[in-house]
Design a protein around this ligand. Structure first.
Ligand code: GLC
Length: 663
């Protein structure tokens, strides 16, 4: 049962797609206070678990910390960080009662979940306006499924997007890209996608390609396709200010950029230097910006990643002038009157400063809306610009799209990657924990930078992270410029990498089938154990194992120098290990705790009792996976319903495209 309550004058975020008539009064559950700002609070029972918040720090159970929904470009995801790139304001409180709450408000919000007082959950906004959806259900899982129904179907990528992809910030020339493909193909490590970071562009200008490095770009895209590779270029939010650059000039002419209060175009520096931000909250500007993707589609491109769309701001014209004024004073301060720490503070506060969000405005249906009022909607609408354009330009073909920043609602237009993590073991675990929460908020196509983006990776970390990536819909190895090279073929014993990634390809028919079922049924691809075994107290505390679809459980190894790990099995399961020689080792494990051995070059999974899954032969591209010749693994006598389609068109049909397979 979904109820909606409206306070003040909330803006329409278009996160919810079904019409829910507002109920008068306040929710029975919890307490609403509207003074200068809106807040809602409730007393939590000792055993209550709080799920949700999608892309957020810490655990599956969000209790014991404070989270701030304020899309931020912060690359240091330490344990104390309260905001990441996204704002997913949906939580479920699960205990004796199971209640979901969606705080549909796009300005900054705080979720104090037992942080100030251990038994109090306080959600507060900075304004009085709020659209609050309250969902009652029989279980946390039931609440989530009801929520997913009201926010609309999750984005469905093309099937090739389930292949493995390589990325690195720093590939520049055609030769750089060819060398990566050579590295993978020559070593027979499967691969379908090669990502193009900002250096493919001319001076970081969106929708341009550096012609010196790519003299005939469409021909290059074609040649890559012949090698089974889809190139996936990045598109950044900021449009470079440069005379003669048509996107800039047309944007200025059309009035499509975000403006200052006085009507001039707001300028902020990002990778290209000074840029303007397309006003993607304005429908006309959204269409205008979205249409530029056609340039790359026409060149043969069929996938994109949208970046820097919190939007990231290195500095604005205003903040830079303030800093320069300070620096001038500082330089002239011969008597040391200005404390030196201020220098560091002022410089440090330049990037992604919330003060800048008050300096620009959107045109929403003719109304001038200050950015801080709608901050968390920017990445959503940049990706929506692309998604709507694809619907116009390619109505029958799926285009790969994922974004860094997002708000609930964006899940209908694209997936997410979780931004600039680090080559830290703790981030492998964070990646694992975030996945079911993202799914609860509709983001099914998701993944992290495998191996870690910042800092130098190690061979064992990359292998372990890939072994988790085997199961994440988006499986991409990405790293930052200046860090150790991270391509799989650059490490010792390449066969170990080949093996781990081959396991992914053997599992793709199953993983894709489960993804499609989850998307088409508004269900979860990744579930916490508690959603499947709600009465098992031990299962509700497991934060490092996940259920995928209906059939399997995963328990990745996430510590260094470990030959395996402890697992908890809520019921008897079959432990399957993909051995480096291509064989399978299977063993029935009873309900309870076990230590499982998984070497660096092995992948393990658990098939749930009375279930089975299909397994294809190894292949080097998604296209060449033979689904006609699959073996079944798992329990004898079990059956599996396989969803299969051409992976490109949009005529999804669960019934027509399903086949029952028997073990
Ligand atoms: C941002 C992105 C990262 C990308 C870099 C350069 O930091 O998050 O993935 O490599 O920008 O474009």
């Amino acid at each position: 049962m979904v109820k909606k309550y409206v306070f003040g004058k909330p803006l329409d975020t278009e996160a919810v797609v079904v019409n829910v008539e507002p109920v008068q009064g306040v929710p029975e559950y919890g307490e609403v206070t509207v003074k200068e700002n809106f807040s809602w609070s409730v007393r939590m029972e000792d055993d209550d678990i709080v799920y949700g918040l999608g892309e957020a720090n810490r655990g599956i159970n969000k209790r014991g910390f404070k989270y701030v929904s304020n899309c931020s470009d912060i690359p240091n995801h330490t344990e104390d960080l309260q905001s990441l790139y996204a704002a997913h304001n949906f939580i479920v409180i699960s205990g004796k009662k199971n209640v979901g709450l969606f705080f549909d408000e796009p300005s900054k919000m705080t979720f104090d979940i037992g942080y100030t007082h251990q038994d109090r959950l306080v959600v507060s906004a900075e304004r009085q306006d709020m659209k609050l959806y309250v969902i009652d259900g029989d279980s946390a899982y039931d609440v989530v499924k009801q929520f997913r129904k009201i926010i609309g179907r999750s984005y469905i990528p093309p099937k090739f997007a389930f292949g493995f992809g390589q990325s690195r910030w720093g590939y520049k020339t055609r030769e750089d890209f060819e060398a990566v493909v050579d590295g993978y193909r020559n070593n027979h490590i499967p691969m379908d996608l090669l990502y193009m970071d900002i250096d493919y562009m001319k001076d970081y200008k969106d929708f341009t390609v550096n012609e010196e490095n790519f003299p005939d770009f469409p021909a290059f895209v074609d040649q890559m396709k012949e090698r089974g590779i889809h190139l996936v270029p990045i598109i950044d939010a900021g449009v470079k200010i440069e005379d003669g650059y048509d996107v800039y000039e047309d944007g200025v002419k059309g009035g499509y950029f975000c403006k200052r209060e006085d009507g001039s175009d707001f300028a902020a520096a990002v990778w290209p230097g000074r840029t303007h931000f397309p006003d993607v909250l304005n429908e006309d500007a959204r269409k205008w910006f979205g249409d530029y993707y056609k340039r790359l589609l026409d060149a043969g491109i069929d996938g994109f990643w949208n970046d820097m769309n919190e939007p990231a701001i290195f500095y604005s014209d205003e903040s830079m002038s303030e800093l320069k004024a300070f620096l001038k004073d500082f330089a002239q301060d011969e008597d040391d009157r200005i404390p030196h720490y201020l220098l560091q503070m002022k410089v440090g506060a330049l990037a992604n400063n919330c003060e800048d969000y008050k300096r620009f405005f959107h045109n929403m249906k003719g109304e001038q809306v200050r950015h801080d009022r709608v901050h968390n909607l920017y990445g959503y609408n940049m990706t929506r610009a692309a998604g709507e354009a694809f619907e116009r330009l390619e109505p029958n073909r799926r285009i790969l799209m994922f974004s860094r920043s997002s708000y609930i609602g964006m899940h209908r237009y694209g997936g997410v990657w979780t931004g600039d993590n680090k080559s830290w073991w703790s981030h492998l675990l964070l990646n694992l924990k975030m996945l079911p929460s993202l799914n609860m908020c509709g983001f099914l196509y998701a993944g992290a930078d495998l191996g870690g983006f910042g800092a130098d990776t190690t061979r064992d970390l990359l292998l372990r992270w890939l072994a988790l990536g085997v199961f994440t819909p988006l499986m991409r190895n990405h790293s930052a410029m200046g860090t150790r090279n991270q391509e799989c073929y650059g490490f010792e014993n390449i066969e170990d990498f080949r093996h781990i990634i081959s396991v992914r390809y053997r599992l793709i028919p199953y993983l894709y089938s489960e993804y499609m079922k989850a998307a088409l049924n508004d269900d979860l691809y990744f579930k916490p154990l508690a959603f499947v075994y709600p009465d098992d107290k031990m299962a509700t505390e497991v934060e490092d194992q996940l259920i995928i679809g209906n059939e399997i459980m995963i328990a990745p190894v996430y510590t260094q120098n470990a030959s395996g790990r402890y697992v908890y099995l809520p019921e008897e399961m079959m432990f399957v290990k993909f051995m480096p020689d291509g064989s399978l080792e299977t063993r029935i494990l009873s309900q309870g705790h076990h230590y499982i051995h998984v070497a660096l070059n092995e992948v393990g999974l658990f098939v749930r009792k009375a279930h089975c899954i299909p397994l294809a032969h190894a292949a080097e591209t998604v296209d060449t996976i033979q689904t006609g010749h699959m073996e079944m693994i798992g329990y004898a006598g079990a059956q599996y319903t396989l969803y299969e389609d051409d992976g490109v068109r949009k005529d999804y049909d669960l019934e027509k495209n399903s086949t029952v397979l028997y073990d």
